[in-house]
Ligand binder design. Sequence first.
Ligand code: NAI
Length: 247
Amino acid sequence: MLNFEGKTVLVTGSTRGIGRAIAEEFAKYGANVIISGTVEEKAQEVAQELASKYGVKTLGVGMNVADSQSVEEAFKKIHSEFEGVDILVNNAGITRDTLFMRMKLEDWQKVLDVNLTGTFLVTKQVIRYMTKKRWGRIINISSVVGFTGNVGQVNYATTKAGLIGFTKSLAKELAPRNVLVNAVAPGFIETDMTATLKEEIKEEYKKQIPLGRFGKPEEVARVVLFLASPMADYITGETIHVNGGMY
Ligand code: NAI
């Protein structure tokens, strides 16, 4: 069932971490993948690596998802190489953690710009092709903290909860055209984003995870592939939690 030959997949923020793992899993199962990140050279490096490892067509583009002009320019490059994007994974995301009392408008705005407006801008670029083809898959990477809330993450949790409303509403709008929109909400995953956490905080978090460990990027990636595969053809507007049982 896992065969993505002939499909073009765009993963935002795929130069490292969860995004990179998602792109790699898709390449492993035959998809053509577009790697994107804020630094074009890094995206090209990852794209070349996956092309030579899996023999699929890849493209690396610089794209700051929070900047409409950067998104438009990236899509010009994408459309010169590919007819369109069949599967979009809105993965790019940032944190600017601080207690609400100390949170500046800039900390709030920056996180909203990347995590929410970025998803809006990139999704806008792909839906015309998907609806015309009457086939498309959009998967948004939310987070467990969008459901539980977290101290120091009012800005981030707001965006991750917001992505769920985005997912459910867009799923209803696009269902008649067979474009499915779902979300994956990871718990704590071993990436650069969580590498900065202090050891004692990590140990505290682990106590809240029934499986007793952080997840691996590949463990999130495989659920994204499931949602993009024919095994999930009747699922839309849904969120799958990947968190070792913590929520
Ligand atoms: P990461 O920090 O390792 O990677 C983030 C990626 O997004 C990088 O490739 C970065 O270049 C890219 N990015 C950042 N700002 C961007 C922008 N303005 N435009 C385009 N790309 C941009 O993060 P990680 O851990 O891999 O997270 C990926 C996604 O998963 C994020 O949306 C994050 O919120 C979410 N997530 C992560 C969890 C974790 O424990 N690591 C848990 C739950 C959700």
